[in-house]
Each structure stands twice: as C-alpha cells, then as structure tokens.
Design a protein around this ligand. Structure first.
Ligand code: AHR
Length: 531
C-alpha cells in the first residue's frame, strides 16, 4: 500500500499567489485573435478584448501578467502602441515565424485595461536590444509619473489621468540569445546603465511603500546546464566590482522541451512519450535549487561599500528568483501556424500541475512564475480561432490550485510501493485557516493507485476535485470543448479495499483515509482540521 504522510504541523513557507502568474506577447495568435479582436469585431468583446478570454482569465484572477514579451519585447518601441489606434505605425512581426503586420492595436493602455479587468498587476519588459535606457525611462515616466509633466499629460490625453503604478519591470529578455547574444559580462555592463536610469518616483516615501519599482534582470536559460551556471555566477562576478546597481530579481526561463520526435503530435503519443515528457519537467526543481544557491553566493561575494550611504547598500542586498517563462514546448509547435500554437492534452495538464507544485514546494526560493503563454502559444490555458474558444485542461489545473494561494506549504511524504520512473504519485499540501488542501498527481498512464493518507491530527474530508479523462491523450477541441474537465464531489473518490474509517462522511473525521487515485489524473482534496 502507498503511504502518504501529511505533516500539517510542519510548515515550509508562504505560498506567494504570484507563482500563478501569466505571460502574453505578440507571437502567433496570442494577442491578435487570442485577446484583441477590436471593438468592431463580431466576437463579443470589452473595448476590443474578447469576452470569453477576459472572463476566463478573470475566473483565475492571475496575480501578475507579463508583457510585451518575450523576444517581442526586444524590438518593441512602446510609443508605437499609444495614441489613437488608427494613427499607430505599422511594423512587421517576425517573432518565431509569426510573419505578419503589426498594427500596434494592443499597446500600453490596452494591456493596462486587460490587467484591470482581470485583477492582475502588470509586469512590463523593456527593450534592451534595439531600445535605449532613455526610452525605458520615458516609458516609466509615462506609466508611473503622478505629477504634471509632458509625459503624464500625454498619458491623460490617451485615456488615463491616473498613473498605472507599474511595479515590475524586466530589463531585457533572454539577452543570452534572441535578446542580443550577450555574455554575462556584456549584459551586466548594459544592465548597470538601465538599472541606474530608472526614476525614483516616491520610492521609500511614507504613504508610497507599495510603489517601489522592482528591477528584474535577465536570468539564465534554465535548459542549458553549463551555460546557466556560468550566466548567473559570472553576472554576479561582473556586478561585484565597483558600485552595484539595484537588482531585485533574476528571471530564469525553463521550457520542458519535447523535441526527440518533431513529428509527434501534442495529443498523439504512446506511453514512452508520456513518461519522457512528464519526467523531464521535474528537472526544474534542481535548477531552482542550483540558481538559488548561485544567487546567494553572488550576493555574499559583494563587498560592503567603502562608505555607508542612505541608499540600498545600507541593508544587505536581496535578489529574488522569478521564473518568467515556463511550460511544455512540443517539437510540432515549430511547424504550427499560427506560430507556436499547441494543443494541450492531459499530459500537459499533468506537467503543469507538477510544475506548479515545484513552485509551491520551493515557495521560499521562488517569488513569481509566469506560464508561457496564456492563449494560443505553447502551454496555453485558452485556445481561440475566430469565434471559437476553448479552455484547455491547463486552465482546470490553475483553477484547482487557486486554493493554495496565500496558504502555508506543509511537509508531506509519499512512501511508494513501486518507485520506478514510470507511474508515480506526486504530492503537495498546504494549510490555511485549518483547511488542508492536498494534491495528488498519479502519473501512471494506465493504472489507478491505492494510497493511505495519514494526518497528524483528525481531519474531515470536505471535497475532492479530480481532473482526468477517458484517455491520457485527451484534449479539448472546438468540437468537443469539455472532454477534459475537472469535477468536484466526494463521490468522485473510490475508497481503498480496507477503508479505515467512514471517510465519505465529513462528520467522522479521522487520521487515515484510504483512497484510490485514477490513472493520469490530478486531484485536490480539501480537509478540515479538527481540534
Ligand atoms: O514563449 C515563447 C518565446 O520563448 C519567448 O518569446 C522567448 O522569451 C522564449 O524563447
């Protein structure tokens, strides 16, 4: 019998809701068709933004949305996307084979409106490759300046008297590749200039504590084991000498590449392909721990300033780790039209759940994470095509996992009877206000698994939500939009052969529950802790 021990008295850390954030950019049909259809479209919209996607996002209340990229950010000039839409310049988008005109209809104001409608905080990524520190500073002034200036008046004229108060600013994107093929040293030199050009606004002034700007530097390519160690190590080395610019966070990107067979369809695969993709997403945990260590070592190597001043050097420097892009990237996506469009099957839902649980477990090390990308690109939550709209199984995972936001992660252990690479149980649990939410992911392609869940104290089972399908390859299509959908209710969980107590009845709380977990499934159990 598999044994799951939940140690509800042992907390690991606070689960930052920002671990459930989103990423969008003009690539393929993520923005145009996926979010923006224009006010005159037949597709129901809020001021040009499609209702189905905005409403779907609102249900998930994404804490942060990152935009305009991605690689797109590295050639994006923010001025092209403000002012009357009919007057905006037309450029050409080559991003990952998007190959289409860019009429710049979705710009700063449209993005801010999207964030406001869905309750998200904006993360803007600045153009460090074809832009300049001056252009970045002006964008910041345009967005955040409250006092009357030419730029803040222009913002007001364009529809927002109120400053947007954007807190998160990414400085460059993947500068080691599409963002300029930089070395850690050359990036560090340019970063010094950008980070120093950021206006102070009211930072540190009473009543403005939340208006602090967070500078997010380009972190490494999480998929290159040698390069990523060099990038982070050498970046800190390069920043170590002379005075250090403020550096609030490092943005690591990690994709779960599935490119051994470029012809493999995202929803047509065999057991070996299932396990390969599932097992490779787990690598991220190692990368997080390694990067956290490198950041700590890097910060430790900074010498105390020769003369103490009233600026940030007074307190020991801190640099958080964020994961600005993550998700499955199937080989087929390279041939897709629109660019990087992927279907999402139960396999993607499983890896999304495993990845979010990696963030949850490492909540003391990772501050924020954005899935790549929200609509129509890679590991999406929504797919659209004209009037058609569908929520992928990834949407269900994000929805089910909302219960963990702002809770405390707790220790739990799984002693499995069979610990082969194939078909394992992965678990995570959190506690908040005496409610324990416990996730279990059965990665077995075919077989259900029986497990005994044990608590330290009595707990009553209140609800179970299960995401699974008639086949592990199943996905939601425009023709069959709800083939894979999470279902809730206690009756969804079969009791094991020898149930220890009457667990179906929440009144009879117990310390042990014997359950059967369906194959290829993600389940969230809600227990109420008894005194
Ligand atoms: O998410 C797709 C692309 O992947 C992004 O534009 C880029 O940052 C990364 O390489």
């Amino acid at each position: 019998m598999n044994k799951i021990k939940i140690k509800e008295s042992k907390t690991i850390g606070h689960i930052n809701p920002k671990l459930h954030s989103q990423f969008i950019e003009f690539l393929g049909s993520c923005i145009y068709d996926g979010i923006w259809v224009g006010e005159n479209s037949e597709i129901p919209n809020y001021n040009g933004m499609r209702k189905d996607v905005v409403d779907g996002l609102k249900e998930l209340a994404p804490p942060v949305i990152r935009w305009p990229g991605g690689c797109y950010a590295d050639t994006y000039h923010w001025r092209d996307g403000i002012g009357p839409r009919e007057d905006r310049p037309i450029t050409y988008n080559e991003n990952f084979g998007t190959f289409t005109q860019d009429k710049n209809q979705f710009g700063t104001h449209e993005f801010m409106e999207l964030c406001r409608r869905v309750g998200a905080e904006p993360w803007l990524n600045v153009n460090m490759m074809t832009g300049s520190a001056g252009e970045m500073r002006e964008w910041m002034e345009y967005c955040n300046r409250e006092e009357d200036t030419t730029l803040s008046s222009e913002r007001a004229k364009n529809g927002s008297k109120k400053a947007f108060q954007v807190k998160y600013w990414g400085i460059g994107n993947e500068s080691w590749c599409g963002g300029g093929n930089a070395t850690a040293e050359s990036y560090a030199d340019v970063y010094r200039q950008y980070a120093s050009a950021i206006p102070l606004f009211h930072s540190g002034m009473p009543g403005h504590e939340n208006e602090k700007i967070l500078r997010i530097a380009c972190g490494p390519d999480g998929n290159r084991s040698k390069e990523r160690v060099e990038w982070t190590g050498r970046l800190f080395q390069a920043l170590k000498n002379f005075r250090q610019p403020p550096l609030d966070a490092l943005d690591l990107h990690f994709y779960n590449w599935n490119i051994t067979n470029l012809k493999e369809k995202e929803d047509e695969f065999e057991g070996a392909d299932w396990y390969r993709v599932i097992n490779s997403c787990l690598k991220l945990e190692e990368v997080i721990l390694e990067q956290k260590q490198l950041i700590e070592e890097g910060l430790d190597s900074f010498e105390k300033p020769e003369v103490m001043s009233a600026d940030h050097f007074d307190s020991p420097p801190k640099c958080r780790l964020v994961v600005g892009e993550w998700g499955n990237w199937h080989g087929m996506a390279f041939q897709s039209k629109p660019a990087l469009y992927q279907q999402c099957s139960m396999r993607d839902a499983i890896t999304s759940a495993l990845t979010l649980d990696i963030f949850h477990r490492n909540c003391s090390h990772v501050e924020m994470a954005c899935v790549a990308q929200t609509v129509n690109v890679l590991n999406s939550l929504f797919l659209t095509k004209g009037k058609e709209f569908v929520k992928t199984p990834n949407y269900d995972v994000f929805k089910m996992y909302m219960v963990h936001r702002d809770a405390s992660a707790i220790e739990c252990e799984c002693e499995e009877e069979n610990t082969s690479e194939e078909g394992r149980l992965f678990i995570f649990a959190s506690i908040k206000d005496h409610i324990i939410n416990f996730n279990v992911i059965n990665t077995d392609f075919k077989k259900e698994k029986e497990a005994c869940i044990q608590f330290e104290k009595n707990a009553a089972l209140e609800e179970v939500t299960v995401l699974n399908a008639d086949s592990p390859k199943a996905c939601n299509t425009f023709q069959n939009p709800d083939r894979v959908r999470a279902k809730s209710g206690q009756n969804l969980v079969k009791a094991g052969k020898n149930p220890v107590n009457e667990w179906r009845n929440p009144i009879n709380a117990g310390k042990e529950y014997q359950v059967v977990i369906p194959p290829a499934s993600v389940s969230v159990y809600r227990f109420r802790q008894e005194d």
